[in-house]
Design a protein around this ligand. Structure first.
Ligand code: SAM
Length: 310
């Protein structure tokens, strides 16, 4: 893939909400191809510090290349973002003025057919974010899970209404041949879902397998509370999500941090003593402009939420 195919999503909005200090410390926990970090670099003074994490070693390499000429200090670490508290000692700071989470897949991953993320190309059913590590592939998941487990994955993580029908078709088909390729999966889905619904179902099925395999929602739920103590005073967190399951987790987390108190509603006075720790900056999730969607159709499902530590 050429770098110019990769356009960082809602980059202007993120710059204006996140970069409150020209010489601050900023991290993209989903560094990907370094698109956002590179745009941050152009806005910040040379005393600013830029950091990144990503689970995908191919992405780390791309991000490092892209950021090689930045005037600021840049450090990128290969790690799942939920381990940010453990890897922080590798970085030359103890807190951040801004944290970005740009969830989901990069165009590098979608466009590389050998990764098996897209139903538009034939490839192996892999779908791991960190293929260098051993671990279950999408093929393992599809070959080993029971019909009920598959249906639950498709329904829970893909919100696919025909989950049971598709799971049944997979289990019947895999008795004849082992599940190995994206084309095989596509053909099975298309055998039970009819036009014009096929592409939507395929997108939901591929998404659900990827989310389940990589524990994406668990990662998100684990990282959000860890970020609160890592933000500087008035530091901001921006999260770009691409489907409602992720957005719901972010929205609820921000609301809870704004509220603080976790006492049951029937308590007349607060006994937990937990103070609010966030101010919500984006009352409603922001979405890309029609101009951005026209130039970068992959941005169309993005939702941006920003909060500030108080
Ligand atoms: C949408 S891309 C980010 C693009 C990036 N902001 C840019 O401008 O180039 C999402 C990235 O997050 C990474 N990722 C997904 N889950 C992750 C996790 N749990 N920990 C670290 N990185 C993760 C993916 O490997 C992918 O490179």
């Amino acid at each position: 893939m050429n770098d110019y195919n990769h356009l960082p999503v809602m980059v202007n909005e993120i710059i204006s909400f996140l970069l409150q200090k020209k010489d601050g410390s900023y991290i993209d926990l989903t560094a990907g191809l370094g698109g956002h970090l590179s745009a941050f670099s152009k806005e910040l003074s040379k005393d600013a510090k830029l950091f990144g994490t990503d689970r995908d070693s191919a992405a780390i390499k791309k991000a490092q290349d892209k950021l090689a000429d930045c005037p600021q200090q840049v450090q990128i670490a290969e790690a799942p973002y939920s381990t940010i508290d453990k890897i922080l000692p590798q970085f030359s700071v103890s807190s951040f003025d801004g944290v970005l989470l740009d969830l989901g897949l990069s165009s590098l991953q979608i466009d590389d057919r050998s990764r098996g993320f897209s139903f538009k190309d034939d490839g192996p059913l892999d779908m791991r974010f960190d293929p260098q590590l051993s671990g279950r592939t999408a093929a393992d998941l599809l070959n080993e899970s029971s019909e009920k487990e598959l249906a639950d994955i498709f329904f829970t993580y893909g919100e696919e209404r025909q989950a049971r029908k598709i799971a049944k078709a997979i289990v019947m088909e895999r008795q004849k041949s082992v599940m190995e390729t994206t084309t095989q999966l596509k053909e099975i889905v298309n055998s039970v879902i009819f036009p014009p619904y096929q592409n939507k179902s395929l997108a939901r099925i591929f998404q659900s397998i990827r989310i389940s395999l990589n524990g994406e929602l668990e990662e998100l739920k684990a990282v959000l509370p860890k970020l609160v103590p890592l933000l500087s005073q008035a530091g901001r967190i921006a999260v770009l999500s691409y489907h409602s399951l992720e957005d719901r987790i972010v929205k609820r987390f921000f609301q809870q941090m704004k509220k603080g108190c976790i006492c049951p509603p029937e308590f007349a006075v607060c006994v937990c003593g937990i103070e609010p720790s966030f101010k919500i900056i984006t009352k409603k999730a922001l979405t890309p402009s029609s101009e951005e969607i026209a130039v970068n159709p992959r941005s169309r499902s993005a939702k941006l939420r920003v909060a500030e530590k108080i």
